[in-house]
Design a binder for this molecule. Structure first.
Ligand code: ZN
Length: 220
């Protein structure tokens, strides 16, 4: 932990510090349904600290004694310019790159927190709770629909299409910037499609974004 640094897909470092990871819950209707959650009327936001980030290609070392650790595969957006109360065009100009992330979630802990009406950090913000892939420069990807997948041990588990987001990337980030200033190096996680589930030791996870990014990791 603690030695995370953003990288481009070609292995060169991105010379920006990671400050925070701003996330959205229930941004795909079918995922909200699979956990019996209502679709929120405004984006459900939470933050993971920089200490949550780890390189996704390192073996995933999850808490063992706190119940189920769920994977949530999400499109990650690397922010390149400060954003406060940003317009859509300011957001578009601030998106430096795209990658993939796992929003690792202690699901049993989260259920207990939800019942009590408590914040989610204990379930979402632990060290290592945000494995991040290298990033692909934004201009290398279409501005239209982006497609991403997660396979576990060769079986398709999750398929994401950004056109299915309840809050698409640009308006989502614009909204986030009305609540929290985003700084260069911050990352936005855009929510998970359906198909989440528990990790178990020995699994191999393969994540793919379009045909431009492929990463693999194992659970230890
Ligand atoms: Zn998530």
């Amino acid at each position: 932990m603690g030695d995370y640094q953003h990288h481009w897909k070609d292995g060169t470092p991105v010379h920006l510090p990671l400050g925070k990871i701003v996330c959205v819950g229930r941004n795909y209707a079918e995922h909200a349904r699979e956990l019996n959650n209502p679709v929120p009327d405004e984006p459900l936001l939470f933050i993971k600290p920089a200490t949550a980030a780890v390189h996704i290609t390192r073996p995933l070392n999850c808490p063992k004694d706190l119940g189920a650790v769920h994977f949530e595969t999400e499109l990650a957006v690397l922010i390149g310019r400060p954003l406060t109360h940003a317009s859509a065009s300011e957001v578009e100009n601030a998106i430096l790159g795209y990658g993939l992330a796992l929003d690792l979630t202690l699901r049993d802990v989260q259920s207990q927190l939800k019942q009590k009406g408590h914040p989610w950090e204990r379930a979402k913000a632990f060290d290592g709770s945000c494995p991040l892939s290298p990033f692909v420069a934004a201009d290398k990807l279409t501005k239209g629909n982006l497609h991403f997948t997660l396979d576990i041990d060769g079986q398709r588990q999750q398929t994401g299409e950004t056109r299915d987001m309840l809050n698409p990337v640009v308006p989502l980030i614009a909204h986030m910037s009305t609540q929290f200033t985003l700084l260069p190096g911050d990352v936005v996680l855009t929510g998970t499609p359906k198909g989440v589930g528990p990790l178990s030791t020995g699994q191999t996870l393969s994540l793919e974004l379009e045909d431009v990014l492929f990463v693999e990791t194992t659970v230890v």
